[in-house]
Design a protein around this ligand. Structure first.
Ligand code: ADP
Ligand code: ADP
Length: 226
């Protein structure tokens, strides 16, 4: 089975809106899959169900062959990077990156090692002692990525991580995330409404509309038959 597998997954929010409508999708081990589509089509809901941050209404989600419908987010081997960074404002960069590992009772030496390694990979060593408000948007997003990396998950989820950045930085961060994928050799699922981002980043692209995955193919095929 694929690394992440969705079988006829639907989400109906209280109030009746069917945000995701019977999506079946397999994400292969080490693949970079982009989920693209207009605002409101159900991308974020799909990602949040994979992360365990939103309950599945119908269908099954498997991660590494394990049915995870009833597994809480913290027990899934997944880390997610959010559009708004979701950093803790009162903590330093180091503390933000270390926090999840501290909650999980990792030894201090292991925490130091992992945070320093992630900071090295992302080029953020020189601001480990700063607070989020002292950082630019791009720097904050690197910290948010760093916080995901230190957990060493087998699956990374990105929810529009570059939407708050200016055009130049978006292009630069695209390349950085692409490099990260090559370096870490992990499965990544990346949500965006930006078609250029999808075409330049995805090994495969899933095109979503009105809660349904309409097409899933490599960028060349999508380009030929949009
Ligand atoms: P996208 O990520 O593609 O912009 P979303 O998954 O955020 O789409 O939203 C899909 C649909 O579900 C939209 O119609 C949105 O308004 C609705 N929706 C999203 N979150 C909630 C919620 N917490 N409660 C009710 N409806 C929601
Ligand atoms: P951490 O962000 O390090 O996981 P918490 O354990 O306090 O810190 O997170 C609270 C809840 O939200 C947990 O269920 C956790 O799994 C989930 N969560 C928080 N951040 C992420 C993330 N980056 N990726 C996936 N799940 C997250």
């Amino acid at each position: 089975m694929a690394q992440v597998s969705l079988r006829n997954v639907s989400k109906v929010y209280a109030g009746g809106a069917r945000a995701v409508d019977s999506v079946t999708l397999g994400i292969e081990n080490k693949e970079f899959l982009v989920l693209v589509g207009p605002s409101g089509c159900g991308k974020s809901t799909t990602l949040r169900m994979i992360a365990g941050l939103e309950e599945v209404t119908e269908g099954q989600i498997y991660i590494a062959d394990r049915l995870v419908n009833d597994i809480p987010a913290k027990d899934r081997d997944i880390a997610m990077v959010f559009q708004n960074y979701a950093l803790y404002p009162h903590m330093t960069v180091f503390e933000n990156m270390a926090f999840g590992l501290m909650l999980r009772k990792y030894p201090k030496s292991e925490i130091m090692r992992r945070v320093n390694e992630a900071a090295d990979i992302l080029g953020i060593k020189h601001y480990l002692e700063r607070k989020p408000r002292e950082l630019s948007g791009g720097e904050r997003q690197r910290v948010a990525v760093g916080r995901a990396i230190v957990r060493k998950p087998t699956v990374f989820l990105f929810d529009e991580p570059l939407s708050n950045l200016d055009a130049k930085l978006r292009v630069q961060m695209r390349t950085e995330i692409h490099k990260l994928h090559i370096r870490l050799q992990t499965t990544m699922i990346y949500v965006t409404h930006d078609q250029t981002e999808a075409m330049t980043m995805g090994d495969r692209i899933a095109v979503m509309k009105d809660g349904v995955v309409q097409q899933i193919a490599d960028p060349i095929t999508i380009y030929d038959k949009p």
